[in-house]
Write a protein that binds this ligand. Structure first.
Ligand code: GDP
Ligand code: MN
Length: 375
């Protein structure tokens, strides 16, 4: 389960990590009331994705009126395909420094890894890419967890030695989320060091292992109902489609999880990225193809669609017929590229050509073509 910021902060507080005072607001009225009680606040969109700041989902409000106006703007906004259902208003911080603190599962290392950097804040992805040495890492012994001296060394390695006394206990407490809550990823970014030298969680992300949900019924009861999925996920579910929301601009339909994944990679390599994908599975009939295309096109960020089907049980002519039908029913005007091979590929390609769609010779060529057409 991926918790929303305010939920993750409640959990951090229960582990003993300092968080700012805050209140959830579902309406501008409630945001105004929150600011009246709390003073100057940060009004923050609650969606289960990062990058809210850059998307305009975090606004500072000095007065209750400003908090109301901020909530009016943020509630209902679309952030990476998630409609913002509510905001969290929390006491604005006197930020001295923004630090990054987190852990995740290091799969190749077969261990967990704790990460700490003094270059926290909204550019952490760029830091990780361009200067990975600016992020200090520790792989604690999984049986005994991190020891105090190891955490001290981590803090010094990150160049934050001055704050070791405040930081070490916070890292120790955050780590408890692994054994106690079956957390697989946590991120406090920024972990704020205030101008007075206090350490407070300015943001929080927490994801727990869903295979261990049965051990945390209390967390599920408390939080699961609040988390709204991607706006189009519900629609996909109703139609019994396997649909995944992403944040790029190409819609992808494929048959089989592996083929869909490699199609995402090809689109990425060709210089764009996927907005979503739909796995139509094996043996898909024309109707399923039409359904998939309709759901994929609901997201207004989709600028073009790439269809990659390898026919085993799925027949190429069946897919092609479904596609033509769908394109015409939906009056689709966006660029569409199809790669079709396997069972009945000749018939399928002929149907596509007869209806004005030139099939890609192979998956890589098709990926390059759709990226080019959507530029
Ligand atoms: P994210 O963009 O989804 O990671 O959202 P964050 O909660 O991390 O907020 C983004 C940025 O907003 C932070 O890096 C801070 O610089 C700023 N910010 C968030 N909360 C506060 C606050 O209470 N006070 C101040 N001054 N800035 C804040
Ligand atoms: Mn953040």
């Amino acid at each position: 389960m991926k918790l929303l910021e305010y939920q993750a902060k409640e959990v951090l507080a229960s582990l003993g990590i300092p968080i700012p005072a805050g209140r959830v607001a579902r309406t501008p009225d409630e945001a105004e009331a929150a600011a009246r009680a709390l003073g100057p606040v940060a009004v923050k969109a609650q969606v289960p994705v990062g990058g809210r700041g850059k998307a305009g989902g975090v606004k500072l409000a000095r007065t209750p009126e400003e908090a109301r106006a901020a909530a009016e703007q943020i509630i209902g906004m679309d952030i990476k395909g998630f409609r913002v259902p509510l905001v969290y208003c929390e006491t604005a911080l006197d930020i001295g420094q923004e630090v990054y603190l987190g852990f995740t599962v290091d799969r190749p290392g077969r261990n967990n890894v704790l990460m700490l950097s003094q270059q926290g804040g909204m550019e952490i992805e760029q830091v990780a890419e361009e200067s990975p040495e600016a992020i200090a890492r520790l792989h604690p012994n999984p049986w005994r967890g991190p020891l105090a001296y190891e955490l001290n060394a981590l803090v010094f390695e990150a160049g934050l030695g001055r704050h070791a006394r405040q930081l070490v206990p916070v890292i120790q407490k955050l780590y408890r989320a692994i054994p106690d809550l079956d957390a697989i990823t946590a991120e406090i970014n920024p972990l704020v060091i205030t101008t007075e030298g206090k350490v407070v969680a300015g943001d929080a992300k927490l994801e727990t292992d869903e295979n261990a949900d049965f051990r945390h019924q209390d967390l599920l009861d408390k939080y699961a109902g609040e988390i709204e999925g991607d706006a189009y996920e519900e629609e996909a579910k109703k139609r019994h489609l396997t649909y995944v929301a992403l944040d790029g601009e190409i819609g992808i339909i494929g048959n089989g999880a592996g083929l869909c994944m490699s199609t995402l990679d090809l689109v990425q390599r060709a210089g764009s990225s996927a907005a979503n994908f739909c796995d139509i599975g094996g043996g898909a009939k024309a109707e399923v193809v039409e359904n998939a295309l309709e759901v994929i096109l609901m997201n207004p960020r989709v600028k073009g669609v790439l269809i990659n089907v390898f026919g085993g049980i799925t027949r190429g002519d069946e897919v092609a017929r479904g596609l033509i039908q769908a394109r015409d029913d939906l009056h689709m005007t966006l660029p569409l590229v199809v790669r079709l091979s396997g069972t009945n590929e000749e018939e399928g390609r002929q149907i596509l050509k007869d209806h004005g769609i030139a099939p890609g010779a192979n998956a890589w060529e098709a990926a390059q073509k759709i990226v080019e057409m959507t530029r």
